[in-house]
Design a protein around this ligand. Sequence first.
Ligand SMILES: [Zn+2]
Ligand SMILES: [Zn+2]
Ligand SMILES: [Zn+2]
Length: 313
Amino acid sequence: MVQIMKDKMEICASCGSIAPAGKYQCSRCHAPFEYNRIVVSPPKDELIYTRICGSFNCRRCGHNIALSYFTLDGFQCPECNSLERFDWSLWEDIVKDAHNVADLCGFDQPDAANHEFWQFLRDFTSEDLLRDLRAIGRNSSRLHKKNPNPHLAGYSVDLSPGNPVCSTCRTPLQIRVVDEVLQTYCFECKRKEPYEIVSGLEEYQFLFACIGQWHRAERSNEQSRPTLPFPEDASPWWMVFQGASPLRLKIERKIRRQEEETKRENLKAEKRKARAAERHRRMRSKVRNRAAVILLGVGIVTAVVTGAVLQFL
Ligand SMILES: [Zn+2]
Ligand SMILES: [Zn+2]
Ligand SMILES: [Zn+2]
């Protein structure tokens, strides 16, 4: 697997978003990095995280509705009470790019332009997305998304890679799967919090879990879902993905195919070279044989002629 993430990632201790090397203040929560820059190791268990913060407009009254958790059931507008659709056709782009951001942000690629991986990424994606992914970690901490389809609800979402932090003491949370729930653990507060694993989402199997109030595991059945205040100010939460993004898998497949193709071509070239060498060897041996026959013939003729001449003398 091409290593895109480096061994250590710097995050904002206040909100958990990636802390770009070239910035002095977090653009997500405005905390100064002088006191809030901490180092975490990227997760080793194939889980990767994206902080999401965004909202969309109610199609009935135009009011701003926070995307405060992941649901395909829609959101109730706090202003006009209508149930506003926000289904997979709207989530799809956000979820996939959230995965891309967690998996492919380019903070360890100073020479990215020369890297084969990024060359293929350029073939498979837009120049804008490539630029945004490469900037994250250097001078940017987010991918900003707006709904490109004017016929659907207008949304505005910020996606940042990073690591969730404890809401009390701001220590980076340790995250693991225990008994089929996602468990966050704060080493300082010794507090564990369980979150339900997203299951049955056929559209996108990589979305593993969400970390946010609505997704707490003990509240996972519909009756006990918390009634959120539907804040007008969008509050951030996290999407957790399992494994490499489909975009990375596609690029790695392409690189593998190209390597196999090169190997096949090299093998063919070697075989051609061997055949040519064999032809050359056979030709030389044929020429040598012919020369020997001619020499032999000449020798015999010379001997016969010499014999005949000697007889006459
Ligand atoms: Zn921050
Ligand atoms: Zn409304
Ligand atoms: Zn804590």
